[in-house]
Write a protein of this length. Structure first.
Length: 715
């Protein structure tokens, strides 16, 4: 914890007054010295926040404090000290709303080091909930940490929040920028914090903290807290960070750069990627260059809690050179000596980028930050700009479905009735709940009777802000100005000045790094990533809903497990696929040879040797036909085309709707399939429903087995 005094700016409607009593100061000092050593003390601005939170209510409303300070400033010192002061005075426990499991685990450990009794309720410790709730209600806990999703759970609210409503000593909203839909990381469930505020004793002190809020987000969060909110905002510049950018790299070159340069980066660190698949692939790429025992590992929200904890601890102890991680390793992860952060692909917002690079160099004089940019990033930014914006027609579709039901409805039931994809249904319900139009009960979702209208000007403004942020990232990538100044200026820091250390200020990358990637490195990475095809699991259940049939797919209609050559935007395939789709003969020959090698390996591993090879074209290219023809020529097999009727499949809909689309368009198989094992070569699909329906049609026509070879699994 840094303990140097830093000046504080007040951008608030009121100011902190008064001082701590001797007893209160003693309680606060006891926590700080336990956490940071016998000579540690609260800095002036930390003390100002604690004093405000421990002070008297203004009228019927308790103190409200919003702290916007850089990562490593010591925001947690404020709430641990305030908790100690409030508890020493006979106040109730502190409730901390925290976004990530890794943050909760670290915070529980920090609280206990400070002499406070702390526990958490989250998805990874369900077996402990009853004991924790008993301790809380008995007054044996000083601190309870919960996720915003937990606040949305009606059972939790009934058992815990109702019991605490009149006896809560302090409410802490950590990573409070997520409360605002103007922010880079808005989470609808976080808005449920406002519900907690309404049910609290109005005199309960509230502290909100964040390192990543521009002025508009700061104003929004402060307004949600109340008119008397004290805002403490400091400089956000990070002097230890050497920021660097390399622009214009191909997707595979970015992988090659990390594999080639990771050993020259200082200490241990984090390599951020945009998808779970990228994390796994980049680990494979690094090990292809440095050997299978090289100490790197993939980290994402797909891992179970125990594995995530193991990896977090391994990085803390410098047992790994790097974790290759999605944004799941972000808020709250605290490793003061983290030596580097590399981004393979840019986040769409300078605010989220600032937050992630802020993991590095907290207790170091120098840390390296690298952004490897690519032309593909813009497409991702466009997606994120609109992905969470409500669609009025669909929102009213959810409300109509709930309104026509006599009972609360589950998410699967709403998916079946509306035809909307399940993940979209879940997001819309959260958004409607934030606006008070629906409510979640223990039996499902129901309408509240409150009208809902789409606030077009509000959401147009949000999209405009996100697109302006994308423009800032473009300026960052092209080096229009000092990189640190661009980042903190995007957070409306009026003290933004040139850092003198970034690749723009220096005119060069941090030594000994270069933008070069050796040809042999690229060859090793590409070969390793293309060498193993992914398994394509066949669907096992019919979807019901608009499709009609539900239940298990019988064995006599199911496809065999298949293979996938290219997954999503896999960099080892991107250029080759683009060239092959355009008809480039060399690319088609190379892709055909890969398909031959994949099929040969598949058969050697126990896959079914095909008698016929059919193509299934689902897109506007002839890729499936050409690869199937190549396989037939090499393998001396017969075959042909699986007919598909005209019409594009629906997008962003439930599986039942898409399955019905393909059922009505996949034609009769050629007669020669009877009694034959069929290899079905498919160009591209994301859901696999077309493959499922085509396999069922082939099996009904007498095929003894259907093994799909999918060239490109899209997302």
């Amino acid at each position: 914890m840094a303990l140097s005094v830093r000046a504080v700016r007040l951008g608030s409607m009121t100011s902190a007054t008064g001082t701590l009593t001797a007893a209160q100061r003693q309680a606060a000092d006891r926590v700080i010295t336990s956490l940071a050593g016998p000579d540690a003390a609260l800095r002036e601005d930390q003390l100002r926040a604690v004093t405000a939170l421990a002070g008297p209510a203004e009228g019927a409303v308790g103190p409200r404090v919003l702290v916007v300070q850089a990562t490593g400033w010591g925001k947690s010192a404020v709430y641990w000290s305030a908790t100690a002061v409030i508890r020493a005075g006979g106040g109730g426990p502190t409730l901390i709303v925290s976004p990530l499991l890794s943050l909760m685990r670290d915070q529980v450990a920090a609280a206990e080091r400070g002499g406070l009794s702390a526990a958490t309720l989250n998805s990874s410790n369900f077996g402990e909930w009853s004991e924790v709730e008993t301790q809380l209600l008995a007054g044996d806990l000083d601190v309870l940490l919960v996720s915003p999703e937990r606040l949305a759970n009606p059972g939790f609210g009934r058992r815990v929040l109702d019991a605490l409503a009149g006896n809560l000593g302090l409410l802490v909203i950590d990573e409070a920028h997520a409360v605002s839909d103007w922010g880079h990381d808005f989470r609808p469930d976080y808005r449920r914090v406002a519900d907690v505020l309404r049910t609290l004793n109005p005199g309960t002190p509230v502290l909100a903290t964040t390192a990543t809020a521009n002025q508009r987000v700061t104003d929004d969060v402060a307004a949600q807290l109340g008119d008397q909110t004290l805002v403490l905002r400091g400089s956000l510049a990070r002097k230890s960070l050497h920021l660097n950018v390399i622009d214009g790299m191909s997707p595979i070159a970015r992988y090659g750069w990390v594999a080639q340069h990771i050993d020259t980066l200082p200490g241990s660190g984090i390599v951020y990627v945009l998808t779970v698949a990228d994390a796994d692939r980049l680990v494979t790429a690094i090990k292809a260059v440095h050997g299978p025992e090289y100490p790197v590992a993939a980290y994402s929200g797909k891992l179970d809690g125990d594995r995530r904890h193991q990896l977090e601890d391994a990085l803390l102890r410098n047992e790994v050179k790097a974790l290759v991680a999605t944004s799941a390793l972000g808020m709250g992860y605290d490793k003061p000596d983290l030596g580097f952060v590399v981004h393979v692909g840019s986040p769409p917002s300078p605010v989220s980028y600032y937050q992630q690079v802020g993991r590095a160099g907290r207790a170091l004089d120098d840390a390296v930050v690298m952004l490897l940019a690519s032309r593909t990033d813009d497409r991702i930014w466009d997606h994120f700009a609109t992905a969470t914006i409500p669609e009025p027609t669909r929102m009213h579709g959810i409300l109509d479905a709930l309104g026509e039901s006599d009972e609360p409805m589950s998410v699967p039931a709403l998916e079946a009735v509306t035809g909307y994809r399940r993940t979209r249904v879940e997001l819309m319900l959260k958004q409607l709940a934030v606006d008070g139009a629906v409510d979640r009960t223990t039996d499902g979702w129901r309408t509240t009777g409150e009208p809902w209208e789409f606030d077009a000007p509000h959401y147009d403004g949000i999209i405009a802000v996100r697109r302006r942020e994308a423009d800032i990232m473009r300026a960052y990538i092209t080096g229009d100005d000092c990189l640190m100044r661009l980042l903190i200026a995007s957070l409306d820091d009026p003290e933004a000045t040139a850092c003198g250390r970034c690749s723009v200020c220096r005119g060069e990358l941090t030594s000994p790094l270069t933008a070069d990637v050796a040809t042999e490195t690229l060859r090793a990475v590409t070969g390793a990533l293309r060498s193993s095809a992914l398994e394509l699991e066949p669907r096992k259940m019919w979807p019901g809903g608009a499709f009609g049939t539900r239940g298990r797919i019988s064995a006599d209609l199911a496809a065999e497990p298949g293979r996938v050559l290219a997954h999503a935007d896999a960099p080892e395939w991107a250029d080759l696929l683009a060239a092959a789709r355009s008809g480039d003969e060399a690319a088609l020959a190379e892709l055909g040879d890969v398909a031959v090698a994949t099929l040969s390996s598949w058969v050697r591993q126990g896959g079914i040797r095909p008698d016929l090879i059919l193509s299934l074209r689902l897109t506007g290219t002839t890729l499936a036909e050409k690869i199937a023809a190549h396989l037939r020529e090499v393998g001396r097999r017969g075959g042909g085309v699986m007919p598909v009727g005209p019409g594009d499949p629906p997008t962003d809909t439930a599986g039942a709707v898409e399955a019905a689309h393909w059922r009505d368009r996949i034609g009769e198989p050629p007669p020669e399939v009877t009694g034959r094992a069929v290899l079905l070569v498919v160009d591209a699909t994301s859901s696999g429903w077309a493959i499922t329906l085509a396999a069922a049609a082939l099996r009904r026509a007498g095929a003894s087995a259907v093994s799909p070879l999918l060239i490109h699994r899209t997302v």
